[in-house]
Ligand binder design. Structure first.
Ligand SMILES: C[S@@+](CC[C@H](N)C(=O)[O-])C[C@H]1O[C@@H](n2cnc3c(N)ncnc32)[C@H](O)[C@@H]1O
Length: 288
């Protein structure tokens, strides 16, 4: 048993031995498999999350776990990445993007897409689904009775657990913050089970297709998307990986399209193919 110092200067007992070599290997593998760049401050997070896997699998410790995930064909890779990802999200998070969607993007698309009457949105790094469902609710409201429009939202994440939660579309009462009473009434229905638990209605669920997808790998589609939400995802990648990903978004975004990124993210210094047109809101260069 090793005993690291805690924030309070005391020794906290650690169940499994965890040394620099374990951390270095695991951080290298997370970078390789998911593009996620873990700095030294993430050491305890890695220990805590993987100790749970070691316990659940009844393994002897980190030596054994490292051997498992070193093999890129191991079944454990999926659980390994699921354990490391950070999935914090909420409904209508960074609400200015949903305001922009309704006030600026939809009016633009009603003109640019008048011939096809199609709108395609991608929520890349959708976590447990609050983001794509917020997009669906905002689009339903904005389009109102503009019937006949074919609106589809693709929602993807590398973490297969969160994709399954998102697809179920059931949220306990404490996860419904950010949704107004009017929206709760219009778009949700009782889910059964825990009191207060609500489920998105089929009208909203039907607009979204959920799928696991590692953004680092080839994408099984070409777009074009009218809007891409990739918020609070690239913060986990290094600058070079961010630049490459932004370039790939430029390739699959329609000429008139929009890209939203997270509040602490920027394209500055990584990619020149977009213009910043609002708060963490981008369009392809020359379209502003
Ligand atoms: C903090 S959540 C953000 C959720 C949502 N976009 C939001 O802003 O509320 C980041 C998500 O990015 C996902 N992610 C991290 N690396 C990824 C990768 N290489 N490919 C796809 N998704 C990834 C994580 O699994 C996690 O669910």
């Amino acid at each position: 048993m090793t005993s690291p110092a805690t924030a309070y200067g005391q020794e906290a007992p650690q169940e499994y031995a965890f040394n620099d070599a374990h951390f270095e290997l695991l951080r290298k593998l997370v970078g390789k498999y998911a593009g996620i760049s873990l700095n030294d401050t993430k050491r305890q997070l890695v220990y805590g999350r993987l100790a749970r896997r070691i316990r659940a699998m009844n393994l002897g410790g980190f030596d054994e776990y490292c051997e498992l995930v070193r093999d890129e064909n191991s079944d454990e890779i999926e659980n390994f990445i699921n354990a490391i990802t950070t999935n914090l999200t909420s409904f209508f998070r960074e609400n200015h993007h949903f305001e922009c969607l309704v006030q600026q993007v939809v009016p633009t698309l009603l003109k640019t897409n008048a011939a096809t009457r199609r709108i395609r949105v991608w929520s890349a790094g959708c976590s447990t689904g609050e983001e794509p469902y917020s997009i669906a609710m905002a689009l339903s409201e904005a389009l109102g009775n503009t019937s006949g429009w074919d609106v589809k939202i693709l929602a993807t994440d590398i973490d297969s657990n969160v994709v399954a939660t998102a697809a179920a579309g059931i949220y306990p009462a404490n996860r419904q913050q950010g949704v107004s009473d009017a929206r709760l009434k219009r778009f949700f229905m009782p889910a059964g089970g825990a009191p207060g638990s609500l489920r998105l209605k089929d009208e909203v669920r039907g607009m979204i297709r959920f799928a696991p997808l590692n953004l680092m790998e080839p994408w099984p589609f070409k777009g074009p998307f009218d809007v891409i939400f990739c918020r609070n995802v690239v913060i986990y990648f290094d600058k070079e990986t961010q630049g490459r990903l932004f370039g790939r978004y430029a390739d699959v975004l329609a000429r008139h399209g929009y890209l939203f990124i997270g509040h602490s993210e920027t394209m500055f210094g990584t990619c020149t193919r977009f213009d910043l047109i609002g708060r963490t809101t981008y369009r392809l260069a020359g379209m502003a």
